[in-house]
Ligand binder design. Sequence first.
Ligand SMILES: *[C@@H]1O[C@H](CO)[C@@H](O)[C@H](O)[C@H]1NC(C)=O
Ligand SMILES: *[C@@H]1O[C@H](CO)[C@@H](O)[C@H](O)[C@H]1NC(C)=O
Ligand SMILES: *[C@@H]1O[C@H](CO)[C@@H](O)[C@H](O)[C@H]1NC(C)=O
Ligand SMILES: CC(=O)N[C@H]1CO[C@H](CO)[C@@H](O)[C@@H]1O
Length: 295
Amino acid sequence: MDFRRLSFLVVVVVIVLGVVDGGPVPVPFNVSYNVAWGNDHVLFLDQGRQVQLSMDLHSGAGFESKLSYGSGFFHLRIKLPNRDSAGVITAFYLRSKTDHHDELDFEFLGNKEGKPITLQTNVFANGQGDREQRFHLWFDPTADFHTYKILWNEHQIVFYVDNIPIRVFKNNTKIGVMYPAQAMQIEATLWDGDSWATDGGRTKTNWSCAPFTANFRGFNVDGCALPPQSSDDDDVVRSCYDSKYWWNQSKFWKLGRKYRQVYEQVRNKYMNYDYCDDRSRHPVVPPECASNGGG
Ligand SMILES: *[C@@H]1O[C@H](CO)[C@@H](O)[C@H](O)[C@H]1NC(C)=O
Ligand SMILES: *[C@@H]1O[C@H](CO)[C@@H](O)[C@H](O)[C@H]1NC(C)=O
Ligand SMILES: *[C@@H]1O[C@H](CO)[C@@H](O)[C@H](O)[C@H]1NC(C)=O
Ligand SMILES: CC(=O)N[C@H]1CO[C@H](CO)[C@@H](O)[C@@H]1O
């Protein structure tokens, strides 16, 4: 193989991997995001292409997208607080700022050094949540950046860790299950949740380990942005289902066969709590539980 062809191949591979990583273009934070709270606990690194949130006894911190979105394939690259992070919650989620809100959550529940961090996911539609599913991860999320992604279109919501789908919430409106349909903002936060996060709240935050820090990258947004105050306007939100958005194309309507296999493997091996199986909280199996197998 001559050298020109080889370097062409390398470029292609880098571009493909770049896309898998959550976007080839390192976009600065301030293009799409604002600090929401805890300004003095936010540090900008790498010319604004990386942000570090910190938490101590005085405050945590959070940021949010400037715009709201009606569909998209959202991602952030996150490196979680290391050492003893019991009680500390790092979160990446979409949320509508409405009374009966929609929300799609990744919440990382910190733990004592050496014990596994739990990744909790949840789905709220029209104010109703109580749909937790929890996982242990197959890598150390404090050691390096990993990509966490949320696909949201008219057909399904999928949570991904790197490229692996771990949770599917389908549009089951035809069997009476509410489906997120309100304009949502992207948010990320670092906060003290020691009343519930670790061992059901029995293990408290060890403040002698503060400040706790979480780092974020990957600030390009693949989403259908909506004008402010449009969340009540059905037609405007529906415009986000247009096929001109790549995440609305048919290959994103359900998991393909290969993805469904890894999805099932990962859930069998790493999911350690599922609201669908919790008869003390849900005496009747929630209707969506039968059909979220990713098929
Ligand atoms: C983002 O920050 C850089 C410098 O830190 C500044 O030059 C630029 O104008 C800012 N962009 C926006 C959209 O605020
Ligand atoms: C859910 O799917 C139905 C078709 O089954 C569609 O009419 C509706 O717009 C979808 N709902 C949302 C909120 O996307
Ligand atoms: C809190 O962290 C300090 C420093 O790492 C450690 O010496 C101490 O044992 C920890 N306390 C608890 C209750 O784990
Ligand atoms: C509501 C809507 O416009 N949905 C469209 C999403 O994109 C597919 C094509 O990929 C169209 O068939 C749907 O009508």
